[in-house]
Design a protein around this ligand. Sequence first.
Ligand SMILES: Nc1ncnc2c1ncn2[C@@H]1O[C@H](COP(=O)(O)OP(=O)(O)OP(=O)(O)O)[C@@H](O)[C@H]1O
Ligand SMILES: CCCC(=O)O
Length: 372
Amino acid sequence: MSDLTNRILVINPGSTSTKIGVFDNEVPIFEKTIRHEQGVISQFNNIIEQYEFRKKVILESLDVEGINISKLKAVCGRGGLLRPIEGGTYRVNEEMLTDLRAGYAGEHASNLGGIIANEIASGLNIPAYIVDPVVVDELDPLARISGFALIERKSIFHALNQKAVARRVAKELGKKYEELNLIVAHMGGGITVGVHRQGRVVDVNNGLHGDGPFSPERAGTVPAGDLVALCYSGEYYYDEVMKKLVGQGGLVGYLNTNDAITVEKMIENGDEKASLVYTAMAYQVAKEIGSASVVLSGKVDAIVLTGGLAYGKEFVRSISDQVNWIADVIVQPGENELQALAEGALRVLRGEEQEKQYPNPIKKSETVLKGR
Ligand SMILES: Nc1ncnc2c1ncn2[C@@H]1O[C@H](COP(=O)(O)OP(=O)(O)OP(=O)(O)O)[C@@H](O)[C@H]1O
Ligand SMILES: CCCC(=O)O
């Protein structure tokens, strides 16, 4: 390893796993998905309580692999439900740590990313960063208006993967990200469809507990009046309804599984309900892409399908058939979040981009969903 090599540790905490990677510049030298048994995770009352446990398993994994952390130049974690901020690479600072620990805008496994990165980095006297957290907010003022004056639309989406994939596609097309109009549909456990207008995501559905297509685990937009009636029916507690929307919504609610591969098998075996629901999920994604194309007045350079569901050939074909009249459809299955974290840190270490300081507030009136 030469002195010019930037060795970076990246950390992506998910609800059931912690993914880690060590990169020498852009090249991964070690990647691992550490799976956490449901029984182990459920011992903790909340995400923040998992901090010591997750940090320990990360350090043990690096140790077993023989990786000497003293050679690291930076540590980069996936950022969490912070205050709304614009995209980029942020240095972890005290204000960010306070918001991550408090769960400023709610609980999300990625709240641990910046905290663990900071803990490891501060012991080594190197910088800790987060890149494009789920709260990246570049919405146009028009996109914030929900139609209900008490509630503003929020930008909570797969910013890290969407932006990384958009940059990759731009490179493949021989253009800069900032020169293109792209529609990116990230289709994983949650589904978000972002309108990338010349490098800014000016409209996107809140894929956590907001709106948009339903997904393997989330309900997406539901008829508002019926939802209010259900909430006041006296049959459900607040947490029960939230769970039915997020975690037990979408495919889970209809078919009892969040696994699209299982659903495809059910369809192969002649399950008509599975076929209807799976087709409806593709239909809702296509509709969201259609409405995103209107935001761009039809001037769309490409539509990009990404996330785990983009491995599903029939699912992708069904969406493509409905939207390929708008623009070419480019399929980039899976997610490349570890690489995206490393590249975000590298851009700053190399001086190609300036590190941003949190909170760097965007100009808007803030509404947050506390405690969820
Ligand atoms: N080969 C495949 N064919 C069809 N579906 C697949 C395939 N591989 C994975 N999937 C589906 O992709 C979904 C999970 O996607 P992904 O791994 O991107 O989600 P996640 O990382 O858990 O959540 P998120 O992307 O929202 O952060 C699951 O429903 C899974 O069954
Ligand atoms: C929508 C934000 C990322 C996620 O949890 O799916």
